[in-house]
Design a protein around this ligand. Structure first.
Ligand code: ATP
Ligand code: MG
Length: 430
């Protein structure tokens, strides 16, 4: 199988030579759906991500040796996480001028040299090389080196001290996030997506928005990560991009799964799922629960935002320290993001606006106002039954369940992207 061409021209000087590209050496190396995606987006746009990358990106190029040293030869002690792409290590690198203090970074190492892995690595470098926003993780540089261990592909990011939203919502080892912190994280994440959808010369669709891809810095400010599945959105004359279906089970929009027609509204759906995860403290899919509670979106439907029993779905780890009226508004906002017809879902800029209003009106963070708000609604509240207590499931358990489920479905889960479902169905190419 032919792989992506990383370098436009191998005889170029080093800094240009190292700029990875989305182009393929031959048509045989791209799926039909991938070719359709390119032709339906960047081909007709003025400038696509590769052109913007050439103009804007100022990424550092690291040698494999440098990153080996930075992580004490990828020491297990420095491993901070693992995802579908590979392992993530904490490392220390020298500043660009090689003077001054060492800088802490997160280093992601591609664990397999598969086609999908390469493709995602290039997409990550190119998209993150172009975007710039306070709610998107900063990519410092990358490494694409031929070492004695074979071809190595790594990514070097700013270090995010508080790991991911997923860790804090579902892992009991971490303190529960306060109500105000949750709202601020949601707002920041929404601003990151709104920037991708509406704030750039070319629209960017993330395609893998989920709580594990919302990283948190030392102040719990959220930054979106993992752009390996990102795609350019449709140009003005088109309604969608046709593509093979990729994403994560439990987060991908049903219309996208069914048709392969990708729009920014697919991310809006995923955002709606995360809104409910933040409200309830439950994962989008939890296989160890009673059948009626395994799928978060099906479960919450039984507790509509305007109903008296709504309170019983709120994360018990909040210990009643939240504004009930704001929670209802968040649920309604989530419901609008989760509308069946993608056209009816709000744009991310509208979601940002709604969240700002909810935060302002509810006086979020003001404990007194939350308590007052709560007591005024308390008479409406039904007792929380023991079944509705979310089990705080560990990441490894969830990983096993997701894998078991994928195996059961007989889906083809290739190479580095084991946690994701890839190419669920080949879509009709336009
Ligand atoms: N820049 C970073 N700073 C600090 N920790 C990070 C950083 N990037 C990733 N991590 C940690 O590594 C973990 C794994 O991240 P990774 O993106 O590889 O996988 P994932 O998001 O959990 O799963 P998937 O591969 O399905 O997206 C994250 O949950 C987070 O805890
Ligand atoms: Mg991730």
């Amino acid at each position: 199988m032919e792989c992506f061409s990383y370098f436009k021209n191998k005889s170029k000087p080093k800094e240009r030579r190292s700029a990875p590209e989305l182009e393929t050496k031959s048509d045989n190396s791209a799926t039909t759906a991938d070719r359709a995606t390119k032709s339906s987006s960047s081909a007709t746009s003025q400038r696509g991500i590769p052109e913007l990358y050439e103009e804007k990106a100022h990424l550092r190029v690291f040698s494999f040796l440098e990153l080996r040293q930075a992580t004490h030869d990828f020491s297990r002690l420095l491993k901070i996480g693992e995802g579908g792409f590979g392992c993530v290590y904490k490392g220390s690198i020298k500043p660009v001028d090689r003077k001054g203090e060492l800088m802490q970074v997160a280093i992601k190492k591609l664990n397999r040299d598969g086609f999908q892995g390469h493709k995602q690595w290039i997409a990550e470098v190119q998209f993150l090389g172009v975007v710039e926003h306070e709610n998107l993780v900063k990519l410092i540089g990358y490494c694409s080196d031929d070492s004695e261990r074979g071809m190595q592909h790594l990514l070097v990011y700013e270090f995010m001290l508080n790991k991911s939203l997923e860790d804090h919502l579902f892992n009991k080892a971490y303190d529960a996030l306060s109500w105000q912190t949750r709202l601020n994280i949601l707002l920041g994440a929404a601003q990151g997506l709104a920037y991708l959808h509406e704030g750039l010369e070319v629209q960017v669709i993330h395609r893998d928005f989920k709580s594990s891809n919302v990283l948190l810095d030392e102040d719990f400010k959220p930054k979106l990560s993992d752009f390996g599945l990102a795609r350019e959105g449709p140009t003005a004359d088109r309604t969608h991009v046709s593509t093979a279906v990729v994403g994560t089970q439990g987060y991908a929009a049903p219309d996208y799964i069914q048709t392969g027609h990708l729009t920014a509204k697919s991310d809006v759906w995923s955002f709606g799922v995360v809104l409910y995860e933040v409200l309830t403290g439950r994962r989008s899919l939890e296989r160890n629960r009673p059948r009626t509670e395994q799928k978060l979106l099906e479960w919450v439907k039984q507790y509509p935002a305007d109903s008296k029993k709504f309170n019983s779905i709120i994360d018990p780890r909040l210990k009643n320290q939240y504004s009930v009226s704001a929670a209802r508004k968040i649920a309604k906002l989530a419901d609008s993001c989760l509308l069946k017809s993608s056209k009816d879902r709000p744009k991310m800029s509208q979601v940002v606006h709604s969240l700002q209003e909810i935060i302002q009106v509810s006086g979020a963070g003001d404990d007194a106002s939350q308590a007052a708000d709560r007591s005024s609604e308390l008479s409406e509240t039904e007792p929380v039954d023991s079944e509705s207590n979310p089990g705080q499931t560990g990441t490894s358990e969830s990983w096993k369940r997701r894998m078991a489920h994928l195996v059961k479905l007989g889906e083809h889960v290739e190479g580095v992207s084991r946690r994701r479902f890839l190419i669920m169905q080949r879509t009709k190419v336009q």
